[in-house]
Design a protein around this ligand. Sequence first.
Ligand SMILES: Nc1ncnc2c1ncn2[C@@H]1O[C@H](COP(=O)(O)OP(=O)(O)OP(=O)(O)O)[C@@H](O)[C@H]1O
Ligand SMILES: Nc1ncnc2c1ncn2[C@@H]1O[C@H](COP(=O)(O)OP(=O)(O)OP(=O)(O)O)[C@@H](O)[C@H]1O
Ligand SMILES: [Mg+2]
Ligand SMILES: [Mg+2]
Lengths: 256, 256
Amino acid sequence: GLHRVAIANQKGGVGKTTTAINLATALAALKRKVLVVDLDPQGNASTGLGVPAKQRVRTTYDVLMGAVTIDQATIPTEVPGLFLVPSDINLTGAELELIDKPDRAFCLRDRLAGLAEGYDELLIDCPPSLGILTLNAMVAVNALLIPLQCEFFALEGLCQLVSTVERVRQNFNSSLEIEGLLLTMYDRRNNLSAEVAADVRAHFGSKVYDTVIPRNVRVSEAPSHGKPVLLYDHRSSGARAYMRLVTEIRRRDAAA
Amino acid sequence: GLHRVAIANQKGGVGKTTTAINLATALAALKRKVLVVDLDPQGNASTGLGVPAKQRVRTTYDVLMGAVTIDQATIPTEVPGLFLVPSDINLTGAELELIDKPDRAFCLRDRLAGLAEGYDELLIDCPPSLGILTLNAMVAVNALLIPLQCEFFALEGLCQLVSTVERVRQNFNSSLEIEGLLLTMYDRRNNLSAEVAADVRAHFGSKVYDTVIPRNVRVSEAPSHGKPVLLYDHRSSGARAYMRLVTEIRRRDAAA
Ligand SMILES: Nc1ncnc2c1ncn2[C@@H]1O[C@H](COP(=O)(O)OP(=O)(O)OP(=O)(O)O)[C@@H](O)[C@H]1O
Ligand SMILES: Nc1ncnc2c1ncn2[C@@H]1O[C@H](COP(=O)(O)OP(=O)(O)OP(=O)(O)O)[C@@H](O)[C@H]1O
Ligand SMILES: [Mg+2]
Ligand SMILES: [Mg+2]
């Protein structure tokens, strides 16, 4: 069946969008059919996949409001096998508009029920908050991938995130699991990264991927070219790390 | 009178909290009496100022809900002359609870009306979103300081932020001005920082501070010691940059 993953962490700037774009690209490179849902009003995943604002005619906002189906909002990207539901600033309005609905937590899950056959992977890029949009993502999937910057503040928010996941599992979606924690922007030159990594592995054990994404300027340059780093510079340390990640995820799936 | 500034940018991880903590500390070092309001449910500003979770008895959430006054929630920090209204995860609930109130945008402004005399500076650390909490901050102040990471995605969100400021000015707070844009995590070793900086200066001209905050590992180490970098390592390039910033801000104020 369809493997549905939400990429979430309320801490800002930890690599959620970068991971969504590059993990999706790596999966498509392995001939999986992938759909990315951009659930962040900033629309960074849409930009990073090369979709300019004027091509975002039907967006995640329209899907959530029921104006269009998820298939009608889906567009192809430059990456073969990789499709996108784009987003824009209108999505900020969805938080307010969904509040009054009794089924506000299930909106995205219900829209996804109508998704066409044929996809292998669904990745949802979440905004940096634990509000209604991230709640919708956690209800719509059965797996959570948590990118974690190797910095102190990023470590601090983990308990809040884990207890939120627990609450969602109890009240809305009993199948939700933390599939893995991904250490990002790891800088070999400083001790802080190593200390944070050691701390996270001590708490979460094998839930932490062996693969660590290094801080690599090519990764942050790629979005300005509208390309995933795997296409922008496939030899870069960042691109190679995301390819290693997808290999590790497939190995874990096979072993599960 | 009291100089009230909100430190806001919906893009995550751009240095909002780091700027709030260190600018506040630098102002206190110049013998100003400073209040920091932590308006982010992550509570990073509270942590970075050395206030552990168990000392956050009365929080920003209690103030917004009217359970306590702002003075009752204010606590001293290790920095002489610097006071804090701490926050915790309960603040996430405020977004939902304020929604139904007709005056939801003015809640913080109204609470601040009761603030004791004697403060020179008020700094509000905002969460990474353009929701109700950030709206409250923009209504409660007359100046906005926008930290901007020298990265492509950070540049992209600026138009959304500027148009939000415009809407707030027209509908809620005609005195709101962008006081300045602060370039953060500037890395001399790569072109991306220079390109983004040039772009921002081309668009915003003199609104961009001359002072640029370099990427400096001592800045990201400081929060794990519960200290602003100005106290943790005052000789570091990051600490010196924040001291330069406060000198530049005072020079601009004098010239205004
Ligand atoms: N491995 C890396 N090396 C260098 N830069 C990186 C890396 N991963 C991400 N970045 C850069 O760091 C910044 C933050 O990453 P990104 O935007 O993906 O985080 P996010 O968690 O999605 O942010 P937000 O909370 O705003 O949604 C971006 O400018 C991105 O290009
Ligand atoms: N000049 C700097 N050099 C190195 N690291 C920095 C610098 N400024 C901030 N950081 C680190 O970068 C990370 C992001 O900074 P910070 O948490 O202040 O951003 P933020 O905008 O408040 O994030 P959020 O959107 O989650 O509130 C933190 O781990 C912080 O320690
Ligand atoms: Mg993102
Ligand atoms: Mg912050």
